[in-house]
Design a protein around this ligand. Structure first.
Ligand code: PEP
Length: 251
């Protein structure tokens, strides 16, 4: 089965509402090749404004995190129904900044993913090793633990709707990209793990994105790899021109 590529922009804690509107207008006005999906994930504060702009386009709306609860005394959290109410269809969970800056554990990330799925949102589950872990030969072990922890209890029918993003921590926002061989090696490994956890035909359906300093210069080479099904893009998604080029990658 052909996996539909996904080019996803993570705007992180950037953009005022006016700035988000300007960026969203530029992206929504970009013709998107019919064979791929494009998502933008603005900060929560700009979701409503960006929704109004992308509503009539092919651009999908995503959020950067989600709580597992529907409502209640959870100060600072945003629930799955709230995101659905704003037109989100996808949500990033387990981003390395959530793990390393805010101390989110695999168990918490799993609850977030499970809560999202319960309400029909597609989780984009991020995994990735630090530089120290890579240099000490622990990459595959770390990724396996993150994947097993993040997907715990999620049945095959739900897992097949999910997106996995491999984002080596040492490549995020650093300008250092994993080589295409490093990316393909990990993506192949991750797909193998998914086949062990579920079944081969489920694993072949799950999209695995690469993230970490993706830019207009390296996107074509990354997308030429068999198991790279798209990109999760930070910095280069904040400039309409560079995100446009990424959307229009050529294999
Ligand atoms: C990210 O935000 O997930 C990311 C990969 O950032 P950058 O593209 O800036 O490295």
């Amino acid at each position: 089965m052909e996996r539909r590529p996904l080019l996803a922009g993570n705007w992180k804690m950037h953009t005022t509402v006016a700035e988000a509107e300007e960026l969203a207008l530029a992206i929504a006005g970009t013709p998107i090749p019919a064979d791929r999906d494009v998502m933008v994930a603005p900060p929560f504060t700009a979701l409503a404004a960006v929704r109004r702009i992308v509503a009539d386009s092919a651009v999908l709306l995503g959020a950067q995190n989600v709580c597992w609860e529907e409502k209640g005394a959870f100060t600072g959290e945003i629930s799955p129904p709230m995101l659905k109410d704003l037109g989100c269809t996808l949500v990033i969970v387990g981003h390395s900044e959530r793990r390393h800056v805010f101390g989110e554990s695999d168990a918490m990330i799993n609850r977030r993913a499970t809560g999202a799925l319960r309400h029909g949102l597609i989780p984009v589950l991020c995994i990735g090793e630090t530089l120290a872990e890579r240099e000490s030969g622990q990459t595959f072990q770390v990724l396996e633990l993150q994947l097993l922890g993040g997907l715990r209890g999620i049945p095959p029918a739900e897992a097949e709707r999910m997106v996995i993003a491999y984002e080596p921590v040492w490549a995020i926002g650093t300008g250092k990209t994993a080589s295409v061989d490093q990316a393909q090696e990990v993506h192949f490994f991750v797909r193998g793990l998914l086949a062990e956890m579920y079944e081969k035909n489920i694993a072949t359906q799950i999209r695995i994105l690469y993230g970490g300093s993706v830019n207009p210069e390296n996107i074509d080479a990354l997308m030429s790899q068999d198991d790279v099904d798209g990109a999760l893009v930070g910095g280069a998604a904040l400039k309409a021109e560079s995100f446009r080029r990424i959307i229009n990658y050529k294999r």
